[in-house]
Ligand binder design. Structure first.
Ligand code: IPM
Ligand code: MG
Length: 370
């Protein structure tokens, strides 16, 4: 059997310890892989002016997929101040490495399952089982931004009316990118026996960009008559999700709305300790816990590693190791239900590695029972 090659990118802060926890579980699942460590994160921004160095991009090209922990991101002005002195006046701008990977590798699906594990004391309601499909390459994330509107833009009448000194961020939405994310959501619904897809937008105000998204969503939905389809404005959706989370199933939306709604959905099933993502393209994927690097907890081995462990499960599934993926998810579910090993966010006092070993022990029972 050929071994998988995984780019291993723990990154900053707690990224290190949650990835260590995930490794314990991957090993216990009997997953045979070579883990190739890659440089990514704040340290490389400071020292080299690039948080995602070219050698790391090369590593991504030579591996089956990547596993990513977390990264520290600071506001633009702080980022420049923290650069090594010799790099400071080169006009470098910091851009989030995860956003860059999503765009450079065309990882157009951001898949974020939010499932209430039975017995999780943090569940907002039992039985919540939502999946967010977030468009991952365009929208408000294209990075076309101007702290002050450039003079040359003023030739466009609508731009001429903007106040002097207005900062602008451009939102770009294409029919093609909208269509493929909605297709991914429907294909997932079909394969997983899901009943409904909801496309979320704000087309009553963002007529151009959300108009295109909605048009594409409607076209795709027409090809899947067996799946119920509805649409909702993002503001109303936030309200309804809280009111009736069980009415929703698969949610598909543009980049920034997906960023926001996926945090809302995550909070309903236990918060960032349970929020994990697959950034998935046609040929490559990057799996990650959705949380940040939490500098104040770094090195303490206190944070909840379950999101990272679930991300590892999702990675195995994407690689075609479906049985092992299922075993990991079941083991997590069992540890949550038993309630003996819980990190502080769940009201317990177990450490990060205690949780990893508890999940690993469940996996070993599964294997022993065979
Ligand atoms: C996420 C995060 C990122 C995003 C940040 C870290 C750039 O919030 O993955 O949801 O905005 O996409
Ligand atoms: Mg986010």
């Amino acid at each position: 059997m050929s071994r998988y090659r995984i780019a291993w990118l723990p990154g900053d802060g707690i990224g290190q310890e949650v990835c260590e926890a995930a490794r314990v579980v991957l090993d216990a699942a009997g997953f045979a892989a070579d883990y190739l460590p890659g440089d990514i994160g704040w340290e490389y921004w400071r020292r080299e002016g690039d948080a995602l160095p070219a050698r790391t991009l090369d590593l991504l090209r030579q591996t089956d997929c990547a596993f990513f922990g977390a990264i520290t991101s600071k506001p633009a002005s702080v980022a420049v101040r923290e650069l090594a002195p010799e790099l400071r006046d080169r006009g470098l701008t910091y851009r989030s490495p995860i956003v860059r990977m999503r765009q450079m590798l065309d990882l157009y699906v951001c898949l974020r399952p939010c499932r209430a594990f039975p017995g999780n004391p943090l569940n907002y309601r039992e039985n919540i089982d939502l999946v967010v499909f977030r468009e991952n390459t365009e929208g408000m994330y294209i990075g076309v931004e101007f702290p002050r509107i450039p003079q040359e833009f003023r030739v466009v009448p609508a731009m001429a009316q903007l106040p002097d000194g207005a900062a602008i961020s451009i939102r770009s939405v294409t029919y093609g990118a909208s269509r493929r994310i909605v297709e991914a959501a429907f294909e997932y619904a079909v394969k997983r026996g899901r009943r409904k897809v909801t496309a979320v937008h704000k087309a009553n105000v963002l007529r151009a960009t959300c108009g295109v998204f909605l048009e594409a969503a409607q076209e795709v939905a027409g090809r899947y008559p067996q799946i119920e389809f509805d649409t909702a404005n993002v503001d109303a959706m936030s309200m309804w999700l809280l009111k009736n989370p069980l009415n929703y199933d698969v949610i598909v939306t543009t980049n920034l709305f997906g960023d926001i709604l996926s945090d809302l959905c995550a909070q309903m099933v236990g918060g960032m300790g349970f929020a994990y993502s697959g950034n998935i393209g046609d040929a490559y994927a990057v799996f990650e816990p959705t949380h940040g690097s939490a500098p104040k907890y770094a090195g303490q081995y206190r944070v909840n590693p379950l999101a990272t462990i679930l991300a590892a499960g999702m990675m195995l599934e994407w690689l075609g190791e479906v049985d092992k993926a299922g075993e990991i998810e079941r083991a997590v579910s069992e540890v949550v239900a038993q309630g003996a090993t819980r990190t502080y966010d769940m009201g317990g006092n177990a450490g990060t590695m205690d949780v990893a070993h508890a999940v690993a022990a469940c996996l070993q029972h599964t294997h022993a029972a065979r």
